[in-house]
Design a protein. Structure first.
Length: 238
């Protein structure tokens, strides 16, 4: 990087401008923080442009709408997670034979817990944004999540079916749902378990979290299919 020359104010001003994030990037950074803190619907366009230090025309020029702005933020953050998941899954598939359940779970979870918490890829703001979108019953939110993850998640559901051919598809789908809930809460790292355990259990330590979450989820995936237990039998057992 060229050092600023105080005796050349025009050159110095040009260099400072070059170092300043673009209006597009400032809009993405500011809105990611705002959407994560307050939710997509609660943040107005005027709040976004004020936080980004740009005018209203800049948002419309670069994104067209608040919905498209959110879509592009999420796509940029989710892409490396989905790509790394698929790379790890492909490596498992190349080994041949019945895929390892634990290997599939790690291939799905590790990118979310590592890339998802990396500040270079949004860090805490993206984790909070993702959690908000996952729990908001909004058509826009569901569409954004589907576009980002449905293709890769479908591949993992298929791989789980190959690893556990004895488990009915409906049970696999429920268990996948429960895995997502476990993953989201671990990523959110709300601090509750640290308080209960005097810090001994810390979801922020990714390798520790993976060491415990994978066998826990594997046991759940391998458990007897709930859909094969008659409803009347379940009621009598209570």
């Amino acid at each position: 990087m060229t050092a600023l020359n105080p005796r050349d104010p025009v050159k110095a001003a040009d260099d400072v401008t070059a170092l300043k994030p673009s209006a597009r990037q400032r809009l993405m950074d500011a809105s990611e923080q705002l959407f994560a803190e307050h939710g997509w619907n609660a943040v107005s366009i005027r709040t976004i442009v004020a936080a980004a230090g740009v005018n209203l025309a800049a948002l419309h020029y670069h994104f067209g709408s608040k919905e498209q702005l959110l879509t592009e933020i999420f796509a940029a953050r989710a892409k490396p997670i989905a790509e790394e998941r698929m790379r790890l899954l492909a490596a498992i598939e190349r080994e041949g034979g019945t895929p390892s359940l634990e290997g599939i779970l790690e291939a799905f979870l590790r990118p979310a817990l590592t890339i998802g918490s990396d500040e270079r890829f949004g860090g805490r703001a993206f984790i909070k944004l993702r959690a908000r979108l996952a729990t908001e019953p909004e058509t826009v939110s569901r569409k954004i999540l589907a576009n980002a993850f449905d293709e890769s998640s479908g591949e993992f559901l298929a791989a789980l079916g190959r690893a556990l051919p004895e488990i009915p598809q409906s049970d696999l789908e429920w268990r996948f749902h429960f895995m997502l809930g476990t993953m989201f809460y671990t990523m959110a790292d709300a601090g509750r378990i640290q308080s209960l355990t005097d810090g001994r259990c810390d979801p922020g330590r990714v390798e520790d979290a993976l060491l415990h979450i994978i066998p826990f989820l594997a046991a759940g995936f391998r458990s007897a299919p709930g859909s094969m237990v008659p409803v009347k039998s379940r009621r009598r057992s209570k």
